[in-house]
Ligand binder design. Structure first.
Ligand code: IPM
Ligand code: MN
Length: 351
């Protein structure tokens, strides 16, 4: 198969982790006789520095004409403490999601048997955890009306959802639930927010189309608590943009390291694959970042391209590296650790 994949390394540790994923994908291409054509493009602070725009038109062109997008990370501390900055790296990511129509962010949380004791949570609580968040990604407060009034002393961001936006996300949730354990949890704050009431109403109306799926409705504050207490109670969770942002960071604690969890952002056509961690600027250039979340994101990409065996081969080699202790320092617990590039080389060699 001939594949064109847009490669967006982004900022901080992005380029380093992306490089390892490319090694692994290239090894997969050799083994399974595919041809991967990588098209590198600028995004984030790197793009602001180069061309003054965190998501340049050329990058959009590259993404929208590829089969998939593999993305590193975005963000640079020089923008974080400057509320007056006019352009920010994150705007690039948001614009990319919107322009590529990536409305569904799939964020799985699972545990690795060999890492169960790395989690700060008790083994008996998290063993066997395997859940997936579907976070709405192109609506809500991230894209609502925002502004200042009162000479700058009042600021507002509004959360707006249409029934159609909720429906298309919920449909992906129901469909995923049908493929898994037929359990769906709709996370909202319907006791307070009107937009949440529209979520609940819309999802309730869809229930009859999926009679086999058991749907529960829970408030986001309660889920935040129960998620780390009883993660095994959950399977597929659907939620709006900001709740999903917060809960998926929280959920990553279950797996023991943020450096492990992959994600996919899907729309009607193209998919974007990225680790859920950020640009981790303190580690940039040191060859110490954990590349596994990005490598596992590449596995999700192969899966969605219907290359299931290839995806399985990547997951197997990742499991083997963990079992054999070929890990970066975040997972080494004072024992022997490997550099980012060494882990990438090992994975590629063992595909
Ligand atoms: C994420 C990130 C982004 C978000 C930021 C960088 C804009 O935290 O992908 O979860 O809030 O969506
Ligand atoms: Mn986030």
């Amino acid at each position: 198969m001939k594949l064109t994949i847009a490669l967006l390394p982004g900022d901080g540790i992005g380029p380093e982790v992306i490089e390892q994923a490319v090694k692994v994908c290239d090894a997969i291409a050799i083994k399974y006789k595919h041809e991967i054509h990588w098209k590198k493009a600028l995004t984030g602070a790197a793009a602001i520095d180069a061309v003054g725009d965190p998501y340049p038109d050329e990058t959009h062109e590259v993404c929208s004409t590829s089969d998939a997008v593999l993305f590193g990370a975005i963000g640079d501390p020089k923008y974080d403490n400057d509320p007056s900055a006019k352009v920010r790296p994150e705007q690039g990511l948001l614009r990319m999601r919107k322009k590529l129509g990536l409305f569904a962010n799939v964020r799985p949380t699972f545990t690795f048997p060999s890492l169960i004791d790395k989690s700060p949570l008790k083994r008996e609580r998290i063993e066997g955890t395997d859940l997936v968040f579907l976070r709405e990604l192109t609506g809500g407060i991230y894209f609502g009306k925002r502004g200042r009034e009162d000479n700058g002393d009042t600021a507002y961001d509004t959360c707006t959802y249409t029934r159609a936006e909720i429906k298309r996300l919920a449909r992906k949730g129901f469909e995923l639930a049908m493929k898994r354990s037929k359990k769906l949890c709709c996370v909202d704050k319907a006791n307070v927010l009107e937009s949440s009431r529209l979520w609940r109403e819309t999802v309730q109306q869809m229930e009859k189309e999926y009679p086999e799926v058991t749907v529960s409705y829970e408030f986001v504050d309660a889920v935040a608590m129960r998620l780390v207490q009883w993660p095994n109670d959950y399977d597929v969770l659907i939620t709006e943009n900001l709740f999903g942002d917060i809960l998926t960071d929280e959920a990553s604690v279950i797996s023991g390291s943020m450096g492990l969890m992959p994600s996919a952002s899907l729309g009607e056509s193209i998919g974007l694959y990225e680790p859920i961690h950020g640009s981790y600027p303190q580690a940039a250039g040191k060859d110490i970042a954990n590349p596994l979340a990005t490598v596992l994101s590449a596995a999700m990409m192969f899966e969605d391209l219907d290359l299931t065996e290839e995806a399985g081969a990547i997951r197997d080699v990742v499991n083997a590296s963990l079992a054999q202790g070929v890990v970066t320092e975040d997972l080494a617990e004072g024992g022997k650790s490997y550099k980012t590039s060494e882990v990438g080389d090992w994975l590629a060699r063992n595909i």
